[in-house]
Design a protein around this ligand. Sequence first.
Ligand code: MN
Length: 282
Amino acid sequence: MTLRSIHKIIHPQPRPMGPLTMHQPLPAAGLDQIDPFLLLHHHGPQVFPAHNNGLPFSPHPHRGFETVTFIYEGDVQHRDSSGFASTIKKGGVQWMTTGSGLVHAEESSEEFLESGGPVELIQLWTNLPARYKMVKPNYTGLQEQDIPLASVDKGSVAVISGEWNGIKGPIQPLIDLSLANVSLQTGGSFTRTIPAQQNILFYLLNGSIIVNGREVNNRSLVQFANDGDEITVEATSDSRILIGSAEPLNEPVVAHGPFVMNTYEEIQQAITDYQLGKMGVL
Ligand code: MN
């Protein structure tokens, strides 16, 4: 076992996105992606008042990757042009394979619009290899009770995909990709072994931890080098961490707005197909 060294720690600045306060640690200056992890938006935590206008994600298209939405507070009512629809509440996850293309909306439930309340979300984009970019779109909504928990010292791990201490996540991604939400109380700790060739997404939502000997605080993305296979974390206050891991795709990435393909020609095709209604309509 060799501890991985830390390459960089990114502290995103807040920026407004409609009614949301958003932090974007990925991509960041000098960090286009952590292949295959493309983008991470952390919305909130914040409180929406009663009689609010809800989340600002009206119908828009996607092609060529997967989106994973983590609902830490509030709710997200998903519907898309492939006919999938569900409202996922606090503690749940929405996993969407955009594949060949769809149009989706992510809105607040009628109940939330009426009563308001706390909101905290993460939206994560994970890339698909060329061979899967044009697969049929798919969507899975998981409520909190659908996600099994593994236990660590003074903490728990909600396993969404991959495995943690023998607990398997309910999602089987197209590529071998692990995703889990770790909650630690002060003094809690864990060690995770991840093969050196895999890339790691490591985002501390809140709290303070020591990870591989470095102190990291509140809303930090930790970028690891590929020089070891072990991560050790100790919480110095109550902390929550989103952890993912996967082998890099090592393919060209051409991203344009909501489309992520391998070539400019494929982006042009995506725009044309969307305009022709081939991704469906909502
Ligand atoms: Mn979207």
